[in-house]
Design a protein around this ligand. Structure first.
Ligand SMILES: [Mg+2]
Length: 217
């Protein structure tokens, strides 16, 4: 489950206490300090998404070593997708495996990615279709990459399709529908924090969400 910068940190951690993994989005000069603050307050597993925000090699390298000491398991997209040389240098020294998000859109990206990253974050909204998404995951595995199925802010229609594909992947980060106030669809459900139930009905198993009393008025 993702932690954002907007809400009070202690309140967020309390609300997310039962989730097995915290995915923390960073993007500034205080990133290492922020993660250490979270580590002091939580023993949950931590993944970090830098969203292309690190552009200085020495600072990025130092941050990666600090995060490794804090037990961070993955760092997603540390540098801008266009900064291929910088990414390559970091990949060679990083004590934490690095995952491609903005650097990975299509099947054609994979041969380059396997030289600079350890994993990919495949999103259906980037891949364009379930078939293409499956191809990307299978090709990534053949190249020795780990795979995660991620998402954008999406309704349960997209999240459930991604959940079905994620059965082929090593990891999943599928909480985009939980950020919607009015998700028009019902599909993938959480049995408890971090444990999904995929629908077993025909097709995607997604159906229109029943109108609430409030909505029916
Ligand atoms: Mg990302």
């Amino acid at each position: 489950m993702s932690i954002s910068e907007g809400e009070d940190l202690d309140q967020q951690l309390e609300r997310l206490r039962a989730w097995p993994v915290l995915k923390i989005k960073v993007g500034g000069t205080e990133d290492a300090r922020r993660i250490l603050k979270i580590r002091q307050r939580s023993q949950q597993r931590i993944w970090v998404d830098a969203n292309e925000s690190w552009t200085d090699y020495q600072q990025a390298r130092q941050t990666l070593f600090t995060l490794a000491d804090a037990g961070v398991e993955w760092v997603e997209q540390p540098v801008p997708a266009a900064a291929v040389e910088l990414q390559h240098k970091l990949h060679r020294v990083s004590p934490i495996p690095l995952m491609a998000d903005e650097s990975c859109h299509t099947l054609e990206d994979l041969p380059g990615i396997c030289r600079h990253f350890s994993a990919i974050n495949m999103k259906l909204m980037k891949a364009g279709s379930m078939t293409e998404g499956l191809k990307i995951i299978r090709a990534a595995h053949q190249l020795g990459l780990k795979s995660m199925v991620g998402c954008m802010i999406e309704s349960s229609l997209g999240i459930t399709a991604a959940g079905l594909i994620a059965q082929e992947a090593d990891m999943a980060d599928l909480d985009g529908h939980l950020w919607l106030q009015d998700d028009p669809w019902e599909g993938l459900q959480f049995a408890e924090e971090g444990i999904w139930i995929l629908p077993d009905e025909a097709g995607l198993g997604v159906k229109p969400r029943a109108a609430t009393d409030e909505g029916a008025k």
